[in-house]
Write a protein that binds this ligand. Sequence first.
Ligand SMILES: Cc1cc2nc3c(=O)[nH]c(=O)nc-3n(C[C@H](O)[C@H](O)[C@H](O)COP(=O)(O)OP(=O)(O)OC[C@H]3O[C@@H](n4cnc5c(N)ncnc54)[C@H](O)[C@@H]3O)c2cc1C
Length: 464
Amino acid sequence: MAVMANHEVDLFVIGAGSGGVRAARVASAHGARVMIAEEYRVGGTCVIRGCVPKKLLVHASRFSDEFGDAAGFGWSVSEPTFHWPTLIGNVAREVTRLESAYTDTLERFSVALVKSRAMLEDAHTVRILSSGARIRAETILIATGAWPHYGPKIPGLEHAISSNEAFRLSELPRRIVIQGGGYIAVEFACIFAGLGSQVTLVYRGENILRGFDGDVREHLRDAMRRRGITVTCGHTVVGIEQSGDEYVTRLSDGSTIAADKVMFAIGRRPNLMGLGLDAVGVKIAEHGGIAVDAYSRSSVENIYAVGDVTHRVNLTPVAIREGHAFADTVYGGKPTPVDHTNVPTAVFAEPEVGVIGLTEAQARVQLARLDVYKTSFRPLKATLSGRETRSFMKLLVDGVTGRVVGCHLVGPDAGELIQLVGVAVKMGATKADFDATMAVHPTAAEELVTLREKAKSYSREAAE
Ligand SMILES: Cc1cc2nc3c(=O)[nH]c(=O)nc-3n(C[C@H](O)[C@H](O)[C@H](O)COP(=O)(O)OP(=O)(O)OC[C@H]3O[C@@H](n4cnc5c(N)ncnc54)[C@H](O)[C@@H]3O)c2cc1C
């Protein structure tokens, strides 16, 4: 829209991603006059270059196993071939469709969309950079998300791509080096490996997926190695040199790896640059995100922030919930704090990971008594396919109350399973509740309600 100088709104939202779009449309439905600025594409990271296009690539990457597995079930499949441009083109088309669905939603809810970068001029004024227009707003919501971080400047860093560019490669790299050990690095390692690339994952820590349960980390690393991915822990990339068409990556131990692409996925930082926060007095927390209270209000009374820019739990459903809660609080007459405990989450690796609640290490510190139930088994499908794969499941139970405080799954559909386990855990289900639930047979999930033997028990007195 053409923005007039001195336009006035009740709410100005900076950033039309997961959190910003939800907040804008709910605030508008509550009766607020809302304007939203987006500097790139409506939908934000999740829709444009995150969750959605990534999951489509994950689906694509899993067909290679399916073709291989089919033989044991009597199918003969001629040598499958894969065409990257078809995949990337189809993903891009779906992203464009979603982007226009998001734009339509804003229009339907009478939210004024400004396609421009925006910044704060003072606590009640937003400047639209493309036109120089100034918008007066009673309340401002910052929902600018996060941005890939590349770490210290090393020689040749300009050759490294991030996940942003991975969605736009003109061809599938035959060989790729990925630096990072978080879920984005791990997922892309599995995507490229599934599509046929030779993948080396380089991570500086002792094992991938820092912050996840130790058994899950080990199980997944071993499974990735079995699938042919080279997982190199304890090293970093210290330089990248271009040599003709290839890139030679030098590691901290002096070794080198030649590849067609080098990708860094070592973390994402809150997108604060150039927003003018300092001048307005918006405080930044120690972790680098905007400091907010349980209602997402910043240190400046009329300025709020939601999503990755606050660096709380950096996931789409969390950003959406925070945006919704903000709008209900400020415009719906219903103060709504966001509960960030027991957020279920998935890693769409191969095999998939689904987790909720405490890790075993955390539970040992927090609980007086802890019972650990776990199992590892060969999925039924693998018996005929012959695939070397095992699923893993672990329940952590408070030994005093019987409540399930953590669930950690590795195996097919772990993301789908953990969504439902999440309901039970959020409701405070006990191990006895799990046991009282009849199994669905034959499934993998039935293992969760038939775990009888404690693998381990800890009690604080015993440890003292
Ligand atoms: C590769 C990848 C995979 C992911 N996979 C998952 C997943 O499977 N599940 C999951 O839950 N989460 C996933 N995430 C995380 C998820 O995408 C984010 O947590 C979520 O998008 C955060 O939403 P947000 O509203 O905070 O920010 P964003 O969605 O990033 O939106 C911020 C928007 O603000 C715009 N903007 C920034 N600055 C300005 C400015 N000054 N003026 C105007 N506009 C501005 C940006 O262009 C952007 O569109 C993934 C992320 C990545 C990168």
